[in-house]
Design a protein around this ligand. Structure first.
Ligand code: F6P
Length: 550
């Protein structure tokens, strides 16, 4: 039975609220969005929400007022409001790692009060932000010089997962707000081609490496950082003293940073209560701050915080992230959707879907509940996407006429950062056209009325009833980017709480890491291939070795 307290829930699928949703799903399964709009044109006004600057229209979803009230009852049943309060107050809701989950504290204003586990979290956060800002100003103004006395021109962020995807997404998203000639590059993959391509034309005298790793133990990051240091010293013909001018670290682990050879004076810290995928608004965003400046970084944090406050204080029936999270549960668990498309109509957001993949899939890809019992229902949907309109000429065919149900989020902006001869209107007309076409399609009768040859009619019928949520913001700015990310963080949280899983751990990525370390000596020939874990892997490694002449 579900507990009414703030503790993690158990089997949500055993509740009457879940059963009511399952029955309701059968009833409305064949109801078309055309019928829902015809019967109730007011839904276009009613099924919308506003979260800070983001206008969210969820009327083109396959839901009725009854669906929404059943979903709200489910949220009530699992104690969503209490779970939200527990997160914001610093309870250890990451149960499998026994940690608080406080990425929301990274963006609170200076005068906020929050003490967690006896520590003044707000003071800690602002102390690091101030150090980051002071450092960023020194680099941006040219006061900070490289080993040979030249100012920094290129920042190379070395990190992976949350220590890469957030910074690179936000750097790309806010390129219009870069106000110096400092550019950023991002090295994440342990594939040597990544470091090679990013250092091939890099000027070592003007390069600054930001080594970002929460744990400072990640194989990819430490290997890339070690090789980058070697590259730098070789190129400069310098001794270790040059490292202090060209390497800074972002981590929670001062000891390991020191061991790596970076002076802790050049380290920017964060805390174990910030998950990697929730961290780019911490010191992990240093490369972004170097590019756009502390003021814009703070504007972005204010955008995050405004959405946090909405999520924390708004009743669930008007709480936009909670409602969108509930809609995701609806599709995933009751209408059988396996995936969820995220389609930003902004070229600047071209890395947003990749960023969201870690946020959502590392958080929600779980098959046991927080108490360790196996789930008996679907969790984490597969998030994917590409910016429009590029995607329209690639995979939208399947969205329109395929056999799969793919709920999709369309994200667009009324004002562009740069327009060229009214191109933006043309661009956004695609956004509106696609969401309308997906919802309402074109009927056989409409196609026939156009005089289409009889044998082609079936091919041209557009079934419609394809659900979308439209998220429209006035303009892509540091603030609206922060708002958007916070929105998805809290959507993810809501889904995790409904399913009763721990969305803040990621044990599933550990085994592959351990095995890669064990297999490396088999590839180099230091160990025989019969130490391979299975016959298939053994044969593959033997082939690899043969092709490398080993
Ligand atoms: O891949 C697992 C993971 O732990 C992610 O959660 C994390 O963002 C990434 O590795 C990088 O970790 P770190 O910042 O500690 O190097």
């Amino acid at each position: 039975m579900i507990r009414e307290s703030t503790e993690m829930s158990t089997d949500v699928s055993a509740t009457p609220e879940w059963h009511a949703l399952a029955a309701h799903a059968k009833q409305i399964h064949d109801t078309h969005l055309r019928d829902l709009f015809a019967a109730d044109p007011g839904r276009a006004e009613r099924l919308t929400g506003q979260v800070v600057d983001l206008y969210v229209d969820y009327s083109k979803n396959r839901v009725t007022d009854e669906t929404l009230s059943l979903l709200l009852a489910l949220a009530e049943r699992v104690g969503l409001r209490e779970r939200i309060a527990a997160m914001f107050s610093g309870e250890h809701i990451n149960t499998s790692e026994d940690r608080a989950v406080l990425h929301t504290a990274l963006r609170v204003p200076r005068d906020f009060q929050l003490t967690v586990d006896g520590q003044d979290v707000v003071a800690d956060v602002h102390e690091v932000l101030d150090r980051m800002a002071a450092f960023a100003e020194r680099v941006r103004s040219g006061e900070w010089r490289g080993h040979t006395g030249k100012p920094i021109r290129t920042v190379v962020n070395i990190g992976i997962g949350g220590s890469d995807l957030g910074p690179v997404m936000a750097y790309e998203a806010l390129k219009a707000y870069r106000d110096t000639d400092i550019t950023c590059r991002f090295v994440s993959n342990i594939d040597p081609e990544d470091l090679y391509e990013n250092t091939r034309d890099l000027d070592p005298e003007t390069a600054l490496f930001v080594v970002a790793s929460k744990t400072f133990s990640t194989l990819e990051t430490l290997t890339n950082a070690k090789e980058a240091r070697r590259w730098l010293l070789d190129k400069l013909g310098a001794d270790e003293s040059a490292v202090a001018k060209h390497f800074v670290a972002v981590s929670t682990n001062e000891q390991r940073v020191r061991e790596f050879g970076i002076d802790p004076a050049n380290m920017f810290g964060f805390w174990d209560w910030v998950g990697g995928r929730y961290s780019y608004d911490s010191a992990v965003g240093l490369s972004l701050m170097l590019a756009v400046g502390p003021q814009r970084f703070r504007e972005m944090l204010a955008g995050f915080h405004a959405v946090d406050e909405h999520f924390r204080t708004t009743p669930i029936e008007r709480n936009v992230p909670a409602l969108l999270g509930l809609l995701n549960v609806w599709y995933n668990d009751f209408l059988g959707a396996q995936t969820h498309a995220v389609l930003p109509y902004s070229q600047y957001l071209h890395r947003f879907p990749a960023y969201l993949q870690q946020l959502t899939m590392e958080s929600l890809g779980k098959s046991v509940r927080a108490d360790g019992t196996p789930v008996t229902y679907q969790t984490g949907e597969i998030f994917w996407g590409e910016p429009g309109t590029n995607g329209q000429h690639a995979f939208y065919q399947l969205l329109h006429q395929g056999t799969k149900l793919v709920p999709a989020d369309f994200i667009g902006f009324s004002e562009p950062n740069h327009d060229i001869d009214a191109m933006h209107d043309l661009f956004m007309s695609n956004f509106f056209a696609q969401t309308a076409a997906l919802a309402f399609g074109r009927t056989r009768e409409e196609i026939e009325a156009e005089g289409v040859p009889a044998d082609v009619v079936a091919h041209k019928v557009m079934p419609g009833n394809r659900p979308t949520t439209s998220i429209l913001a006035p303009k892509l700015t540091p603030s609206t980017l922060g708002q958007l990310v916070a929105l998805y963080e809290h959507i993810t949280f809501t889904e995790g709480m409904i399913w009763g899983i721990d969305p803040f751990d990621q044990w599933g990525v550990e085994l592959g890491k351990v095995m890669a370390n064990q297999l490396a000596p088999l590839l180099t020939g230091e160990k025989p291939t019969d130490a391979a874990p299975d016959p298939s892997t053994r044969r593959l490694i033997e082939r690899y070795r043969a092709e490398r002449g080993r």
